[in-house]
Write a protein that binds this ligand. Structure first.
Ligand SMILES: [Zn+2]
Length: 226
């Protein structure tokens, strides 16, 4: 294996999933829109390793769309979601006491597939560390690859049309903000992700951004002004 793992992005329309290589196989981050199973399996086949784990950043339909399809095709696969987001994956969007009492937005189609593991911040999934970044959804998580500090940020930070936060996205791709549950929480999470000093940003929408620090600072400043 190379010193720094390669980024394997799988695109469908404007949505990204990623295959993360580990010694024993692959971790798939997010599951695209429905009907993407064949594309994801073909990408894994190209890498010559099995998908052992599916780790979800959040439960929006464009990130879990092919989960059932993949779980059926793979047979045995670990399905990992945050403790809080697991309820959204069951289409239960009721809020918890202490949370901002705002309606959870965006499509939550749920899945027949049940998580085999629920995680909280600080837990490890192979080389990935789970980072809590609520705001876009209540239980949104990101994954920091500790080998090279690639941050798989889901929709907490996106890169489509430039680096933006879920608190305030750009005109090119406004849907992330539109479907964000709670903006000031999303802004706090963006700052927490920035503090991790990611070496590259692999987000749910847009291309991989190398050395995103300065662009992230600008995006956070812009969101703070709004
Ligand atoms: Zn989303």
């Amino acid at each position: 294996m190379a010193a720094f793992p390669e980024i394997h992005r799988i695109r469908r329309l404007f949505v990204n999933a990623y295959l993360v290589e580990e010694e024993d196989g692959l971790t798939l981050i997010d599951a695209l829109i429905p009907g993407s199973g064949a594309r994801i399996l073909a990408a894994a086949e190209k890498l010559g390793k099995p998908i052992l784990r599916i780790a979800l950043t959040h439960a929006h339909g464009d990130h879990v769309g092919s989960l059932d399809e993949l779980a059926t095709a793979l047979g045995e696969v670990e399905v990992i979601v945050s403790v809080r987001e697991a309820r959204l994956l069951e289409k239960d969007s009721s809020l918890e006491p202490g949370e901002p009492q705002e309606r959870v937005r965006g499509g939550l189609p749920g899945a027949r597939t049940k998580p085999t593991r629920t995680v909280e911040a600080g837990e490890r999934i192979g080389s990935l560390e789970v980072v809590a970044c609520p705001g876009h959804t209540p239980g949104h998580i990101a994954f920091l690859d500790l080998r090279d500090r690639t941050l798989y940020s889901g929709d907490a930070l996106i890169t489509f049309g430039g680096v933006t936060t879920a608190a305030r996205s750009n005109r090119l791709f406004p849907v992330t903000t539109h479907f964000t549950w709670h903006r000031s929480t999303a802004l706090e999470s963006a700052k927490a992700l920035r503090a991790l000093r990611p070496a590259r940003l692999a987000s749910g929408h847009g291309r991989v951004q190398e050395a995103p620090g300065a662009a992230l600072d600008r995006a956070i400043a812009r969101a703070e002004r709004s």
